[in-house]
Design a protein around this ligand. Sequence first.
Ligand code: D38
Ligand code: CA
Ligand code: ZN
Length: 310
Amino acid sequence: NALQHVTGHGKGVLGDDKNFDVRCETSGSPCYLDDVNRKIQTYDAEKQDQNLPGKLIKSSSTTFNEPAGVDAHTYAEKTFDFYKKKFGRNSFDDKGGKLISSVHVGDKWNNAAWDGKQMLYGDGDGKVFTMLSGSLDVVAHELTHAVTENTANLQYWGESGALNESISDIMGATIDSKNWLLGEDIYTPDKSGDALRSLADPPKYKQPDHYKDRYIGFQDNGGVHTNSGINNKAAYLIAAGGTHHQVKVQGIGRDKMSAIYYRALTLYLTPNADFAEMRKAAIESATDLYGANSAEVTAVKKAYDSIGVN
Ligand SMILES: CC(C)[C@H](Cc1cn(Cc2ccc(C(=O)O)cc2)nn1)C(=O)N[C@@H](CCCCN)C(=O)O
Ligand SMILES: [Ca+2]
Ligand SMILES: [Zn+2]
């Protein structure tokens, strides 16, 4: 009925005004962070992490005074729309699956995650992180884990795990296209200009940007959040161009770069894919999309040469 698609209003984590889709009772009140169209619902976990998702966030009017929930909801909508408009994908599972997010998960939890069923956002401790749903690239990163699980299902360890992480960072940096940084909006609220990760310059935040410098060990599932920097650098070079380890890459732009990775993720990559297979899948995807002798295929080959994946 008419009160299924109401426009809600509220301030996000950074104090900015946001509009988003809500559902209200037929009387007009209360309203909920429940986007019936896209099937996106946002809950309050009330600082615990056992009984998820928690309580569906509600308000007595269309105005929501709940910044973490406002951003989790709005950024999930934006990410949904990106996948729908650009790739024709109907939600993370391409079957219109319901997207559940919980904010205020845990006590000052310095993290955000996709737990295989839903998205989780901590409040941060106010030093390392502020409320983690306050960054579009983070929400897109987590939602892309759900897309990856429903497509290539890249296993979360070693090189396939680093690719899983990299695909999430790549889509995060494509959807939040204002820069090539990850998490800058919510990382160290008292300090500006820093970020969690940089796709343009992974070593800036202690990630390798060449295959010879990859971490080999057992921490963090074999360094999935470290070695993602190597593939992130290749993706950055494909989009923006540049010279890396004496190899010159002519950039083709963020739009084409993300189309190549989405095609690789959905058509060619397999659960145990390694970096060598990532190179082949990206070349194959660029060939399908732009032609065998295209500038796009050349950019992919040069970018993977430049990070030592030949
Ligand atoms: C913002 C978000 C992208 C997040 C960033 C993040 C947060 N953390 C924990 C963390 C906590 C404290 C500090 C500190 O300096 O004190 C640093 C990092 N490590 N990485 C992140 O990367 N989360 C992982 C969560 C993985 C959970 C296991 N599947 C992911 O989604 O890949
Ligand atoms: Ca960013
Ligand atoms: Zn991740």
